[in-house]
Structures are given as structure tokens and as C-alpha cells.
Design a protein around this ligand. Structure first.
Ligand code: LMR
Length: 396
């Protein structure tokens, strides 16, 4: 039966990893997959993570099954991190959280959960959105449509058009919003714009699904959760998918969380039972190691502070890289205005060059970025920025 298969194209993001690793160019630059890199181009293990891992190594006394909810302590601490400790939905006991294999696992759990709530629900995603969103939800049998979001010409939000589309969406559907650090555009909603989106969500009655993969990479842990908290305080139903891959640097440990907010505590219990059923049918139980690290960090005032400090270093470095690239492009005599890169947030921006230029950057200069010209800002460093700016200048 395998003879009937046709080969799938390489993943537009992950496919770059292999190509980059195989490239022997001495000045190659990796602006592909969204991972944090230090000035030496290395993705380090955070010091707070090392300490938490040591603690786990010393104290772990069983490898028995953890159960489909994952770790109760992790779930509670992640809920507090996302919503704050005194959020009204938390105080009303309306939130249920399960640990998941990464943010992608959280999204897949959410997708199957939505399918059980309403098999005909349409999921609306921003145009553009993370390359894996559409495939992931379609794989769960959910129809995906887009709402306007990023204006490639003006490098800004199409906010009025976004709002106009949202006001056409009915109560049976789900709208996916990025909490912060929009992937791929780096263009976030302002707090005023969030307020308007929350208002329209309430008025239309659709279910918001917020994807928070970069909490702490925009302006700060609490600042980045503005939309999540505002939305959760205003609506009856909401889904939050969060990831510990980037902000804890736990990429390969695969740890994230899926939270459901329901109208009341009794409905939340029913929703949790459905979540657990869905989890059991996909992967049975989440991995435990990443959750144990995160709960050790968040559960200790000292380690949590160390984590917040290390997160700030990563955030500041990325923001510094944004300004540095804009400056160096100017210094290389590029007269196109790239200042938008310094105004955007998080790991990504679109460079705004065309597909042929992206291909030339890769084949002639060994500069790797996604075909859409999405660049991972963390891949820029003092050591490669001049070569990068020169290469961009040459293809423009
Ligand atoms: C990215 O967008 O580069 C990251 O979220 C990694 C991934 O899985 O695509």
C-alpha cells in the first residue's frame, strides 16, 4: 500500500535546518527556525534550567505514568504565569489546564477539543500565520479560513480590515490570535487594539483561541499576557495554548500547556473530561521531564527570579539585534527603509524581499530564511551582521 504515496515537500521552516547544517560556507547565517541564539550562535541551556534539572536528578524517585493531565503543579504554575495569580476566571475556578508535548501538542489537543465541541467549526487564522497552524488544524478535520492581518507594503497591521472580518464571524467558529510576538510578522496588537478585539469577540460570541508561544520575548512576562488576561476576563469560553520551548529554552523537551476557560466551574469540569479523552486518544500522556523543570523554577522564588533575568537577557539581545540590523543596512548604503524591523517585536520579522532574492541569499551567500522572507532575529550577531547586511544589499 505504501507504493501509492507521493512524497511530501520538506517543511518550509524545519527543512531549512538540514540545509543549513549541510552547508560548508564559512560565513553561513541561520535566520530560519525560531530558536534563541547567543552572540556565539549557540542555543544555551539556561542556568536556572540546569539547576532545576540537577534538583530533579537528585530527587526524582519514580518513572511511573504521570496521567493525561500531566503534572498538577506545572499546570497550576503555568496557569498563574499566563493569567496572573488573581485573575477573576482563576478565582472563579473556571480554568482547567493540561500539560502537553510542546505548544504544538497544545494546539493539536485544542483542535481535537474544538472538533468535539462543534464538528463544523471554522478556525480563523491571521493572514499570515505560523506555517504549521493551517496543516495542524486541517489534520484534525477543521476547516481553516483567514482574516486580514499584516500589510506587506506598509509593514503595519491591517487592523480595520481585521476588525471588519471579525465582525462577520459567528458564535460557532473559533478565532486564533497570537498573544504576542506574532509569528511570522513581528507585528503585535497594541493594548488599545486588543481591547477592541476583545469587545468584538464578546459581541460576536465566537471562541478565541490564543497561541502564546513567546511569553516574555516581547515586552515582559506580564506585558505580553495583556490580551490573554483581558480576553479571559471578558468571555465565557476561551482556549489558551502556551509553550515553554522558547522562554525556558526547553525546545527538545516538548513541554507546553493547553488551558480551557468555561462559563462556570461545572462546565469547566466537563470540558476537562473531554480534554483528557482527547489527550488519551492522541498521545495518552505528556512527557514529564520539561514540566518538572518548569515547576521547579516557577515554584522557587529564587529560581524564578533567575529565570526572569535570563529571559530579559534573551529579550534585550533580540531587540538589540533588530536595531543593529537596521543600522548596518543603512551603513552599507541601502536606501530602502528597514526601520520597521526595529519597531516590531519578538523572534521574527519579514525582511520584505521577494522569493527570488530569498533564493539568491541562500544559494549565493548561504543566508538562510523562510521563503516568505521571514527572518529569525535571534540568528543575527555582531559577528555576522556586516556579512548579512552586505549580502542583503547585493540582492536588493
Ligand atoms: C518557528 O516558527 O520557527 C518555530 O515555532 C519552530 C517551529 O516548530 O516551526
Amino acid at each position: 500500500m505504501f507504493n501509492t504515496l507521493t512524497a511530501m515537500p520538506a517543511d518550509p521552516i524545519l527543512g531549512l535546518l538540514t540545509k543549513y547544517r549541510e552547508d560548508s560556507h564559512p560565513n553561513k547565517v541561520d535566520l530560519g527556525v525560531g530558536v534563541y541564539k547567543d552572540p556565539q550562535g549557540h542555543t544555551p541551556i539556561l542556568s536556572c534550567v540546569k539547576k532545576a534539572e540537577q534538583y530533579r536528578l537528585d530527587t526524582e524517585d519514580t518513572k511511573v505514568y504521570i496521567g493525561p493531565t500531566g503534572s498538577a503543579a506545572f499546570n497550576e504554575l503555568m496557569t498563574q504565569l499566563a493569567f496572573g495569580t488573581d485573575h477573576p476566571a482563576l478565582l472563579a475556578n473556571r480554568i482547567r489546564t493540561v500539560s502537553t508535548p510542546g505548544g504544538t501538542g497544545a494546539l493539536r489537543v485544542a483542535a481535537d477539543f474544538i472538533k468535539r465541541c462543534n464538528p463544523n467549526a471554522v478556525l480563523w487564522v491571521s493572514d499570515p500565520t505560523w506555517a504549521n497552524h493551517t496543516g495542524l488544524f486541517e489534520a484534525a478535520g477543521i476547516k481553516v479560513k483567514t482574516y486580514p492581518y499584516y500589510d506587506y507594503d506598509s509593514k503595519s497591521l491591517k487592523f480595520d480590515e481585521m476588525l471588519a472580518t471579525l465582525t462577520q464571524i459567528g458564535a460557532d467558529d473559533v478565532v486564533l490570535l497570537h498573544a504576542c510576538c506574532h509569528n511570522p510578522s513581528g507585528m503585535d496588537l497594541s493594548t488599545e487594539q486588543w481591547d477592541k478585539v476583545v469587545e468584538v469577540t464578546r459581541q460576536q460570541g465566537f471562541t478565541p483561541l490564543i497561541d502564546m508561544a513567546y511569553q516574555g520575548f516581547g515586552d515582559g512576562v506580564d506585558e505580553d499576557a495583556y490580551g490573554v488576561r483581558k480576553m479571559a476576563a471578558a468571555v465565557d469560553n476561551m482556549i489558551l495554548c502556551s509553550s515553554c520551548s522558547k522562554n525556558f529554552g526547553l525546545y527538545r523537551e516538548r513541554i507546553g500547556a493547553c488551558s480551557i476557560i468555561a462559563r462556570d466551574s461545572a462546565t469547566a469540569n466537563v470540558a476537562l473530561s473531554v480534554l483528557l479523552y482527547v489527550v488519551r486518544c492522541i498521545y495518552s500522556m505528556p512527557p514529564a521531564h520539561g514540566a518538572a523543570i518548569v515547576e521547579t523554577i516557577l515554584g522557587s522564588a529564587e529560581l524564578k527570579q533567575e529565570w526572569l533575568d535570563e529571559l530579559k537577557v534573551m529579550r534585550d539581545r533580540i531587540n538589540g539585534n533588530r536595531a543593529m540590523l537596521v543600522d548596518r543596512l543603512k551603513a552599507k548604503g541601502v536606501d530602502r527603509d528597514f526601520s520597521f524591523i526595529a519597531r516590531q517585536k519578538g523572534m521574527f520579522s519579514f525582511l520584505g524581499v521577494n522569493p527570488e532574492q530569498v533564493a539568491r541569499l541562500q544559494s549565493e551567500f548561504s543566508v538562510y530564511m523562510v521563503g516568505s522572507s521571514r527572518i529569525s532575529i535571534a540568528g543575527i550577531s555582531e559577528a555576522n551582521v556586516d556579512y548579512l547586511a552586505e549580502s542583503i544589499a547585493k540582492v536588493l
